[in-house]
Design a binder for this molecule. Structure first.
Ligand SMILES: Cc1ncc(COP(=O)(O)O)c(C=O)c1O
Ligand SMILES: Nc1ccccc1C(=O)C[C@H](N)C(=O)O
Length: 416
């Protein structure tokens, strides 16, 4: 059986170990929820003070020009682009994932309306993150042209859906609940062979594993910066468009920031060239500025090493759970194969919610997702092998002692 000392030794040899110091982590906490809200980069506090006290406080309106506020979405987009295999000028950091998905899907449908007007089906997965499904269904209704959403009940159903000639396929690269990973290049090629376009949601994969949207020849993508990119709570999301679509695809939310000449203040919308057309309105500058702190760290981390460590942490977690919690009714929801899982692991348990609360009370922070899922996020930049050992140690004790049976652990909070 793996000992805590074995884990200490692995940490001592870990090439990514030094990154942990760049984050603020509370004493006595094993944080396994960086797949929902990433930890705070140390540099973020000074950056926030600079934006609030100097740029806003002293330079006021002048900062739109002098502090580069206006250009932030594109400049940060260019910093993020290497993490997703995007070329310069193809990516914006702006708005929410939900809003960007709306714009991306609408653009993909507008491209298809010209190329293949008979195609009216949007394909997604029933188990996709709810916002993705609401956006797709809402857009289909809003367009009023007979679009419909078709949901896959398993990955095997994709080929049959493609055979029916859909307009657009939209999937999450890594599933928020199960942690299952789609093969982005393979699916993109299959979607294209079927004459459809693909819009990827990279919320649970960006920063956690290497992604090559250009190499895969994908069409559009969105994702968030507050998970593995450590941008802060509610930090703006991103939107990527393949250069071949740079001059096509209308924004469903044409705002003045996306105009070719915003300060000409013209009465009619003329889109800016490229991805900039997908800017809508004024951005949350304070929050946006902090995204740079996480991106600056990510730029120095080798994503192949991040992925290798994530898989190693995951294997350790699963081996220890098997060894130490084998007598309990736990079921691994995440595929165990490396090429089929992202960077979080999901275990089902009949009392999952209460077990998660009991773990949090002992300093092991994961989260709960309906109907019976405990999620444990693995963030290689600030998680150590000993942290995984300690987390499973506490999990085994919480299960063995039935500590989770205390009534207080059944009280539901708004955020689970
Ligand atoms: C796959 C996926 N898409 C979208 C979102 C959220 O979108 P938003 O940032 O708009 O809340 C999440 C998580 O919050 C997610 O996991
Ligand atoms: N944005 C949030 C705000 C509050 C609480 C959770 C979230 C999440 O990000 C949830 C996450 N996307 C998930 O995979 O469940």
């Amino acid at each position: 059986m793996t000992s805590r000392e074995d884990c200490d030794r692995r940490d001592a040899q870990d090439a990514l170990a030094a990154f942990r110091d760049e984050f603020v982590l509370p004493e006595g906490v094993v944080y396994l929820d960086g797949n929902s809200l990433g930890a705070r980069p140390r540099a973020a506090a000074a950056r926030a003070a600079q934006v609030v006290e100097e740029e806003w406080g002293q330079d006021l309106i002048g900062s739109w020009n002098t502090a580069g506020w206006w250009e932030l979405p594109g400049r940060l987009g260019d910093r993020l682009a290497p993490l997703i295999g995007g070329a310069p000028g193809t990516t914006l950091v702006t708005d929410t994932t939900t809003g960007n998905l709306f714009k991306a899907l609408a653009a993909a449908l507008s491209i298809q309306a010209e190329r293949a007007p008979g195609r009216r089906v949007i394909v997604s997965e029933r188990d996709n993150f709810p916002t993705d499904l609401y956006v797709a269904a809402g857009l289909a209704e809003l367009l009023g042209r007979g679009h419909e959403l078709r949901l896959l009940d398993s990955p095997d159903a994709l080929d049959a859906a493609l055979a029916d000639g859909p307009a657009v396929v939209t999937l999450s690269h890594v599933n928020y609940r199960t942690g299952a990973l789609w093969d982005l290049a393979d699916v993109t090629a299959r979607v294209h062979a079927a004459g459809a376009l693909v819009v990827w949601d990279l919320a649970h994969s960006v920063g956690a594993l290497p992604i090559d949207l250009t190499g895969a020849d994908a069409d559009l993508a969105v994702g968030c910066t507050y998970k593995y990119l450590n941008g802060g709570p509610g930090s703006p999301a991103f939107l990527w468009v393949h250069p071949r679509h740079a001059g096509s695809g209308t924004s469903a939310l044409p705002g003045w920031w996306g105009h070719a000449r915003p300060f000409a203040m013209e009465p009619t919308f003329e889109p800016a060239t490229g991805v900039a057309r997908f800017l809508a309105g004024t951005q949350p500058v304070v929050s946006l500025a902090l995204v740079e702190c996480g991106l600056e760290i990510a730029a120095r981390a080798d994503l192949a090493a991040v992925r290798a460590k994530s898989l190693a942490l995951g294997d350790l977690f699963l081996d220890l759970v098997e060894q130490r919690c084998g007598d309990h009714p736990l079921r691994l929801v995440t595929p165990r194969e490396h090429d089929r899982r992202g960077s979080h692991l999901t275990l089902a348990h009949p009392d999952a919610y209460a077990v998660v609360q009991a773990l949090i009370a002992r300093g092991v922070v994961g989260d709960y997702r309906e109907p019976d899922c405990m999620r444990f996020g693995l963030t290689p930049l600030y998680l150590r092998f000993v942290d995984v050992w300690d987390a499973v140690d506490v999990l085994a004790d919480v299960l063995d002692s039935r500590a989770y049976a205390e009534p207080r652990f059944r009280e539901r909070s708004t955020v689970t």
